[in-house]
Design a protein around this ligand. Structure first.
Ligand code: HEM
Ligand code: HEM
Length: 331
């Protein structure tokens, strides 16, 4: 199915080949589905494909449902994807448990009486799965050796990945170095930014789907003359001062300034609740990184325009990395 995930910001459910099953005792219903977006996935036939599973069986025992299916590695139609020796975007989900729903935020059906249809979720019916432990995303290579590759062992090790962009070894006046590492167990990305700055100059990182200043998530950092580090979560609507976000989703861990080299370290989760002003990172939603420096900062925390056109990374950067446990150096 024609589906270029780079044309729009993709969601984990966009353009995915799915197998969905349910079981009652020894009886089961298992099918080959396709999900175009966040609506109910449909049987492949609805999108011009066919039921391509070559075998399937399922049963329910002690509250556990087991589904087994067989499908060809090589896909023969656009609504099926081949399983190859490479990392793939893999998602899973399970239906809601009656009376124990996981909606965020809670809906009328969650423990109150305001729902127009309190029996909206019916047993074994294909409906919205909910949050938390009811769905997940992973980057997996099914062909890896399950004995030796830690990605395939259970429990899964934390998905970490790290990268660097730029260079600041020689400490010349143009030097900048951005380092990041993502730790799946804390759910945080740690950024370290090391740059040459004049006194009263600011440095900033920008994250954007494209290479324009407009619609860019911006993090500005600087060290004040009294030695105090400042970190600001901003958003650029256009080619003017990016405004402060109403919620700050970045956290300054440390800052220092020595011989015109300013270093600041901050953390932020890949995805935040401020979806309109913070870049929502994932292994498929990747950002061009911008490096900008002032201009100056003022006593009230405003910034003036960059003195050169900011530097833009050559490629989009994914966090977590598209390939786990790998270190990247970006141009
Ligand atoms: C009637 C069926 C389904 C509906 C209506 C539905 C709807 C949605 C919606 C509205 C969201 C976004 C809101 C949220 O984050 O919870 C979502 C997220 C998600 N769905 Fe579904 N879904 C369905 C079936 C499935 C199935 C069968 C799978 C996996 C095979 C799946 C995997 C996911 C995942 C992994 C996410 C979270 C992505 C993330 O963490 O950003 N969904 N779904
Ligand atoms: C007061 C703050 C700022 C003002 C007034 C401003 C204004 C402008 C203007 C007038 C341009 C076009 C001329 C040029 O290339 O220099 C521009 C370009 C650009 N700015 Fe800014 N900027 C500000 C801060 C930032 C920040 C913090 C970032 C990112 C971290 C950023 C990213 C960019 C990028 C990537 C371009 C080149 C692409 C484009 O022209 O859209 N700017 N800015």
């Amino acid at each position: 199915m024609e589906c270029d995930i780079f044309l729009a910001i993709p969601h984990a459910m966009d353009c995915t080949d799915m197998i969905i099953g349910s079981a009652r005792g020894m009886r089961s219903r298992i099918g080959d589905y396709y999900s175009r977006d966040r609506s109910t996935p449909l049987h492949d036939e609805a999108y011009g494909g066919t039921e391509s599973l070559t075998a399937a069986v399922g049963f329910e025992e002690d509250g556990y449902t087991t589904i087994l299916f067989r499908k060809k590695l090589q896909a023969a139609e656009s609504v099926d994807f081949s399983i190859t020796n490479s990392f793939m975007h893999v998602i899973w989900a399970r239906g809601q448990d009656a009376g124990n729903y996981v909606h965020v935020p809670p809906t009328g059906i969650d423990g109150s009486t305001t729902a127009s249809d309190p029996n909206y979720y019916k047993v074994d019916e294909l409906k919205y799965h909910g949050h938390a432990s009811h769905r997940g995303v992973r980057t997996l290579n099914f062909m890896l050796d399950t004995e030796t590759d830690p990605v395939m062992t259970t429990p899964a090790p934390p998905l970490t990945c790290e990268g660097t962009w730029g260079n600041c070894n020689t400490e010349d006046s143009n030097c900048y170095l951005v380092r990041w590492s993502y730790n799946d167990s804390t759910g945080l990305i740690t950024f370290t930014v090391r740059v040459y700055l004049e006194n009263n100059q600011w440095a900033a990182l920008g994250f954007s789907r494209n290479t324009q200043m407009a619609a860019t998530d911006v993090v500005v950092g600087y060290v004040r003359p009294d030695g105090k580090g400042v970190l600001q979560d901003r958003y650029a609507e256009g080619k003017f001062m990016p405004s402060l976000d109403s919620s700050s989703d970045v956290n300054l861990v440390s800052s220092s300034r020595q011989n015109k080299i300013t270093t600041f370290e901050f953390t932020r989760p890949p995805r935040t609740a401020d979806t309109s002003h913070d870049f929502q990172f994932s292994s498929t939603n990747c950002a061009y990184f911008f490096y900008a420096k002032g201009g100056t900062f003022t006593n009230n925390g405003d910034i003036t325009r960059h003195d050169q056109t900011p530097i833009i990374s050559q490629e989009r950067i994914c966090i977590p990395c598209a390939v786990p446990s790998k270190s990247y150096i970006h141009g």
